[in-house]
Design a protein around this ligand. Structure first.
Ligand code: NAD
Length: 260
């Protein structure tokens, strides 16, 4: 389905991003990975994708908090592959603290990685998509792009911001064969959430089990974590021709969280 297409997924060395990259590779796309982690793990993830799905992979170590590095990543991908058909802005970090104790440098970093990076990738990738007459932008926002929770001021601000950015870009490209949408996952059990379970346990002074039951899944009426595969499947659908009329949407994958 995606043979000949190039999908660039930021923050794809782990968790949801890696799941999305694998979902595109499974359907024949060349995937450009990005993110941090031990070189050996990244090399292993790449060769697993190449062997399992018979596609080409590339990797950029660009730091999504560095606009110049983002520029080099987009330029290199466009030059090497001649196209960027699908851009998934997924890289993201979290920090949990009351607003009065929220470290200003953490605020800046969360806004830079979770929001500003998407401005830079979109700004630079859109001309490449226009040149090839096709484009799909998928921003991994969050249920926290639609509703708030305490102790996550920077994250909620950034995620609400990216939902607004998604709608604006969608309107700007509405008459072109390019769409821009946001996926709003509820809780997915990834390293980011594992870390949060520890942080929330500290903030609330309760056990990890209690955090999962009474804090995280208390929000999620389905009482189960959404899965990386479910998010990947939606990213693939939004990037298909069948989804040509879906643009400017923020789609929850949250077990009913934002329904109540
Ligand atoms: P994760 O920590 O497992 O993965 C994050 C990825 O981003 C990793 O590949 C990491 O290397 C990369 N990354 C971090 N900082 C980076 C930087 N400065 N530059 C480049 N890459 C960087 O997290 P995840 O849970 O898979 O989260 C992925 C996205 O999904 C995030 O935007 C997150 O906010 C969002 N999200 C996650 C959940 C959840 O429950 N896990 C829910 C809603 C939204």
């Amino acid at each position: 389905e995606f043979e000949g297409r190039v999908a660039l997924v930021t923050g794809s060395t782990s968790g949801i991003g890696l799941g999305i990259a694998r979902a595109f590779a499974a359907r024949g796309a060349t995937v450009v990975l990005n993110g941090f982690g031990p070189a050996r793990d990244i090399a292993e993830a790449r060769s697993a994708i190449e062997e399992e799905f018979g596609v080409e992979t590339a990797y950029s170590d660009a730091d999504m908090s560095d606009p110049e590095a983002i520029g080099r990543m987009i330029e290199t991908a466009a030059y090497r592959h001649g196209r960027i058909d699908i851009l998934v802005n997924n890289a993201g970090i979290q920090h949990v603290a009351p607003v009065t104790e929220f470290p200003p440098d953490k605020w800046d970093r969360i806004l830079a990685i979770n929001l500003n990076s998407a401005f830079h990738t979109v700004r630079l990738a859109l001309p490449v998509m226009r040149r090839n007459g096709f484009g799909r932008i998928v921003n991994v926002a969050s249920a926290h792009g639609l509703v708030a929770s305490p102790f996550k001021s920077a994250y909620v601000a950034a995620k609400h911001g990216i939902v607004g950015f998604t709608k604006t870009v969608a309107l700007e490209v509405a008459e072109e064969p390019i769409t821009c949408n946001a996926i709003c996952p509820g809780y997915v059990l990834t390293p980011l959430v594992e870390q949060q379970i520890d942080d929330q346990a500290k903030v609330h002074g309760i056990s990890r089990e209690a955090v999962v039951r009474d804090v995280l899944l208390a929000q999620q009426p389905s009482k189960r974590f959404a899965t990386v595969d479910e998010i990947g499947a939606l990213a693939v659908f939004l990037s298909s021709h069948a989804a040509a009329s879906i643009t400017g949407a923020a789609i929850p994958v949250d077990g009913g969280w934002t329904a109540h």
